[in-house]
Write a protein that binds this ligand. Structure first.
Ligand code: HEM
Length: 431
């Protein structure tokens, strides 16, 4: 049974002598800004600029329930943290605040330790991440684009005749989930696959009335069956390739890591698609050349990674020992949140104020040992680009069905995405 509280002192991960309350000099005592109170912040770039002006590149913040942490806002500082696993590590059981965190804490899904690739460190992490990388490397990008086109056409068929759609739920969220599940070897469109897609959606993004815990149990059971089936009859898919490797992963480890891969693919890619569609539909620079304008879709995708990146903040890393960062004293076990969106717009790297879309030196896929593993960013690009291009080809006169100012960002400081993207277009007869 996984301990979500991190109180496994025998592992030595909870620093000996960790104080029961916020220690002197901790972020809570130095004018920290509450991040949870800012959940309705529609333009977080202004918030990040204000925080940077007031606190410098590393700001003391309070997470839900006034739990202290550090938000790293500087490009150089995020790069430093992610490149130094010896100082800032991934195993959340190091946290010196577990005594203050209730079991139903809203951020538990992000920080609750699980024995998956996400929280492993050192050689064990390289073993787990290496298996994922090799299994993803063999994905044929042309075949993936072909699947994504098929999935996109099916989704569009469902609303094309009506002339109206809400693209967030009926397209942007639905597509990457199906693509990821198909990459892992589940047959497209079967009832079983659709049930898994539904349960994944509930466990990752529960709506009112959903039971995310029950859905997650069903996801685990279904992925366990997938692993057993592929062990008995391997195919040319990510699951079979993970099973086929000499790294000696157990079936349980493979189930955990497959769920991590599908979950890690789903939310950021869905929001990348949606934020790109929003940019294309609201920004005059793209309006004239959208339909059939391949170059401008590519530019829009890249610009979104700089300015409206899906994983705007990532929690996180935990300090291995007392250290310094951006002029701050960081204590062993402190939580460090990677401010990826703030780092991308850091005035230190854009002294003239222009955030360029021409290169891909952004930190949207993070950096270092735990960064989004190669070649996942390339596969995400294939999925997102194919989704956007297919939609624009099928519905060439698509326009927003509301005023741009009416579009609302999700009340989350973690994932940057819209609550809904309503559009209208000339109805298309589906054969
Ligand atoms: C096919 C799509 C994708 C797959 C399969 C995928 C897979 C993964 C996996 C397995 C991890 C965990 C790495 C580790 O802990 O070693 C990860 C981390 C991450 N991914 Fe992705 N991902 C995808 C798309 C994306 C997209 C579109 C974005 C954002 C634009 C993104 C941003 C990140 C970030 C920020 C992390 C955290 C890195 C860190 O801890 O420093 N990913 N991804």
């Amino acid at each position: 049974m996984t301990d979500l509280t991190g109180h496994e002192t025998e592992t030595g991960l909870v620093p000996p002598g960790a104080a029961p309350g916020p220690p002197p000099g901790c972020p809570a005592h130095t004018g920290a800004v509450s991040l949870s109170g800012l959940e309705y912040q529609q333009t977080p770039s202004q918030l990040y600029r204000a925080l940077r002006r007031e606190h410098g590149p590393v700001a003391p913040v309070l997470l839900d329930g006034d739990i202290p942490a550090w938000l790293v806002l500087g490009y150089a500082e995020v790069t430093y943290v992610t490149a130094h696993d010896d100082l800032f590590a991934r195993d959340s059981r190091r946290w010196n605040q577990w005594h203050a965190i209730p079991a139903d804490w809203p951020l538990m899904p992000f920080v609750g330790y699980q024995p998956s690739v996400l929280f492993t460190e050192g050689p064990e992490h390289r073993r787990r991440a290496g298996v994922i990388t090799r299994a993803l490397e063999a994905v044929d990008q042309f075949e993936l684009a072909h699947w994504c086109r098929g999935i996109a056409h099916n989704l569009i068929d469902a609303f094309a005749g009506s002339g109206r759609a809400e693209l967030m739920s009926s397209f942007a969220h639905a597509l990457p989930m199906r693509a990821a599940v198909q990459m892992c070897g589940m047959p497209a469109g079967s009832q079983d696959t659709e049930a898994l897609v539904r349960d994944l959606r509930i466990s990752l993004d529960a709506h009112e009335g959903d039971d995310p815990v029950a859905a997650y149990v069903r996801v685990q059971e279904r992925i366990q069956r997938l692993v057993s089936d592929k062990r008995a009859a391997p195919g040319t898919d990510v699951t079979s390739r993970m099973l086929d490797q000499a790294a000696g992963l157990s079936d349980t480890e493979i189930v955990q890591d497959l769920i991590s891969v599908i979950a890690a693919a789903q939310q950021p890619t869905a929001n990348w698609i949606c934020n790109t569609l929003r940019l294309l539909l609201t920004d005059d620079r793209f309006a004239l050349s959208v339909s059939g304008g391949r170059l401008s879709v590519g530019q829009a995708l890249n610009e979104v990674l700089w300015l409206d990146t899906p994983t705007q903040n990532f929690i996180g890393r935990w300090a291995v020992r007392d250290t310094q960062l951006g002029g701050r004293q960081i204590r062993a076990g402190d939580c460090v949140v990677l401010g990826l969106a703030a780092a991308n717009t850091d005035p230190q790297i854009w002294p003239e104020g222009h955030v360029g879309a021409e290169n891909s030196a952004h930190l949207s896929f993070s950096n270092g040992e735990h960064r989004c593993p190669y070649p996942a960013p390339l596969l995400a690009d294939v999925i997102a680009r194919t989704a956007v291009e297919t939609l624009m080809e099928r519905l060439p006169d698509v326009v927003l069905a509301v005023e741009p100012e009416e579009l609302a960002w999700r009340p989350s400081i973690w994932m940057r995405g819209l609550t809904a993207l309503p559009v209208s277009f000339t109805p298309v007869i589906v054969r």
